[in-house]
Design a protein around this ligand. Structure first.
Ligand code: GAP
Length: 491
């Protein structure tokens, strides 16, 4: 299914709508509908449970979207958070220069400067994708949204373009209010905003989106002392190394995490571990391993703060693209904030009595909307007679749907009682209209793993049928055992 078909499916089934559509399209902004918001919240909750609540070394925060403007000066975003822009001299439409060049030459443009992009546009006579007019010189365009804080003109401030900086800006408060000792992580899920020149591919590139990020701090001399490395070193992963990309090879190879570390795909043991644990998590939540790979950034494309980055990429209909980045951010951010805020951000080691700025060995960062889209791509299957979203039951919007066979003769009353009872433990959907076959199909399309039908036998013996989404098999179960049966299936 291509991206437009996925967007149409999401709209039809109440997962995602273009925002305020009655007023026309507002590019780069979307709303989650009744089914989508449930799936989306389940993904976020599972992420938080796995990477924050189940770990003794990670704590969470929830920072404000607008921070002190100096945060963005210190972080380098005011200076260098740019995308290359080119304007059509004829129709005046603005384009992301690297995307236009990539689409036209079918070659990656990672790391090219605006001058190199301008040169490629001229040399290859690349024209405006809309009207075929001439494209202008490539300029830098800062992606941060600007707003005013306070009355009248107020003070210029920015909507945060990444959640990471709230973590660095709150770092001292977190350290002062907890007894964290390195290695430790600070995590956050929250909104980010980027004034993308050309938002595209549905939820893939948005202007308002949500990020889930962890900054993982270690002592500088312990970057290669990852206590969990043993558990992951033999994990096999698909990898596209910098070396292969420089040889113009685009196929990934299967390697163990340990082998990747030896070949310097990862910077340190901690960098390797954080990539591996997320890679494995994606497999655990059901993403097809064939659609996942780790791509090492080539040196020219590294962000200003990074000493090494790998992306976990997914094979979307529009090709292999970043799902998540894992950067080695060094001491860059703490150093910058220490300098600009004039606050001491060093960690004092009680044992050695030494002070040091802690090192961010890994920053795993994923867009929640992008992960949602990835799961839909990966799980939506068109079978011969039905479309079915084979999403992990834990992430499904509704765990069960409850159907009275007919809407009379006491079946509806019994079904409503059951809905009330089961809703205490699971998200349930009640549907009493249309044929049972149609009701099954509707639930298959939104990924409901179990459908429960109340029929005339229910009145006689207190049993119901429970139908499995994937096998379509039906079993008869006593109502008194239903909660446990569903619980067992889900776990
Ligand atoms: N703090 C590091 C950082 O922000 P990034 O690679 O720019 O790094 C991290 O973004 C992740 O955020 C990406 O891997 C992607 O999943 C998501 N993301 C970035 N820009 C996005 C956009 N315009 N729309 C949706 N998701 C986006």
């Amino acid at each position: 299914m291509d991206i437009d078909e996925i967007a149409a499916y999401c709209k039809r089934r109440g997962l995602v709508y273009p925002t305020s559509e009655i007023y026309g399209n507002y590019s780069g902004f979307y709303d989650y509908g009744p089914v989508g918001v449930e799936v989306y919240n389940n993904i976020k909750q599972l992420w938080w449970k796995t990477f924050v609540q189940s770990r003794e070394d990670v704590v969470g925060i929830d920072g404000s979207i607008i921070t002190h403007p100096k945060v963005w000066v210190a972080s380098g975003h005011v200076e260098s958070f740019h995308d290359p822009l080119t304007e059509c001299r004829n129709c005046k439409l603005k384009w992301r220069a690297d995307h236009v060049v990539e689409d036209s030459l079918h070659k990656p443009t990672d790391g090219l400067t605006k001058e190199q992009l301008s040169e490629l546009i001229i040399k290859n006579k690349i024209k405006c994708p809309k009207c075929k007019g001439d494209l202008g010189e490539v300029k830098n365009f800062n992606q941060m949204f600007i707003t005013n804080v306070g009355p009248m003109e107020g003070e210029t401030a920015f909507l945060r373009p990444e959640t990471a900086q709230s973590i660095f800006a709150d770092y001292k408060s977190v350290m002062d209010s907890t007894r964290l000792k390195p290695p430790f992580g600070i995590a956050q899920i929250g909104k980010s905003f980027r004034n993308e020149i050309s938002p595209r591919n549905f939820l893939f590139r948005l202007r308002e989106f949500e990020q889930a990020e962890i900054e993982y701090f270690v002592k500088s001399n312990e970057k290669n002392k990852c206590v969990y490395f043993e558990d992951f070193k033999n994990l096999k992963v698909n990898v596209l190394s910098e070396e292969k990309q420089k040889q113009k090879v685009n196929d990934s190879e299967e390697m163990t995490v340990n082998m990747c570390l030896k070949r310097k795909v990862f910077n340190t043991e901690w960098h390797a571990y954080w990539t591996a644990i997320f890679y494995k998590w994606y497999l655990n939540i059901g993403i097809n391993p064939k659609n996942l790979r780790i791509r090492q950034h080539v040196s020219e494309e590294l962000s200003h703060y990074s000493a090494g980055t790998v992306d976990i990429e997914y094979n979307y209909p529009m090709g292999w693209k970043e799902l998540q980045g894992i950067a080695d951010r060094t001491t860059y951010d703490l150093k910058q904030h220490q300098e600009h805020s004039k606050q001491n951000l060093e960690y004092f080691d009680e044992e050695t009595k030494k002070k040091e700025l802690l090192y961010v060995a890994a920053e795993p960062s994923v867009g929640m909307d992008r992960l949602f889209l990835t799961l839909i791509f990966d799980c939506l299957v068109q079978e011969k007679e039905r479309m079915v979203l084979k999403i992990n039951p834990k992430l499904a919007a509704y765990k069960c749907a409850i159907f009275p066979l007919v809407n009379k003769e006491g079946l509806d009353t019994k079904a409503r009682e059951l809905f009330k009872a089961l809703s205490k433990d699971f998200t349930c959907f009640y549907d009493d209209s249309g044929s049972i076959g149609r009701r099954y199909r509707r639930q298959d399309e939104i990924g409901t793993p179990y459908c429960i039908t109340i029929d005339f036998d229910t009145i006689k013996d207190d049993t119901v049928t429970i139908r499995d989404r994937d096998s379509m098999k039906q079993d008869r179960v006593k109502i008194s055992n239903l909660k446990n049966t569903i619980m067992n299936k889900l776990t």
